[in-house]
Design a protein. Structure first.
Length: 129
């Protein structure tokens, strides 16, 4: 399955970016981690959307980011998307930073940031976060 997914992601010329949804209430699953590693290896632009943001306390968000970053060596997760930036550009030094945004379908938090990311990828088609 991983090989087929990697082939799809790297082989689709018109694929401008990928959004990986992760439930922010729970630690990342093995599938979440495998998918993120596949995306890093593919060198395609992608971002992580940490869903269900309304279900966790704001004070817990840094721990969510730290838990996700701890699943990888040389990779940090940094908040992007404007309204919920925590002032940091990632956690510690790393070779690669994964852009992430907290999102709530209930409150609309993060929606603008996600749309901005999609628009940048659709118009420019560029790499990176």
């Amino acid at each position: 399955m991983k090989k087929a997914l990697f082939g799809y992601i790297t082989g689709r010329r018109n694929l401008k970016g990928v959004i990986q949804l992760i439930d922010s209430r729970h630690p990342p699953t093995r599938d979440d981690i495998d998918m993120l590693q596949t995306l890093v290896d593919s060198e395609r632009p992608f971002m992580v959307v940490l869903a269900k943001a309304d279900k966790i306390r704001r004070s817990e968000r840094r721990l969510v980011i730290e838990n996700l970053s701890s699943c990888f060596e040389g990779i940090s997760v940094g908040l992007s998307g404007g309204e919920n930036r925590d002032g940091g550009s990632g956690l510690g030094s790393s070779d690669f930073e994964v852009p992430a945004i907290f999102f709530s379908s209930k409150t609309g938090e993060g929606k603008r940031g996600i749309w901005r990311w999609i628009e940048r990828k659709a118009v420019r088609g560029g790499r990176g976060g």
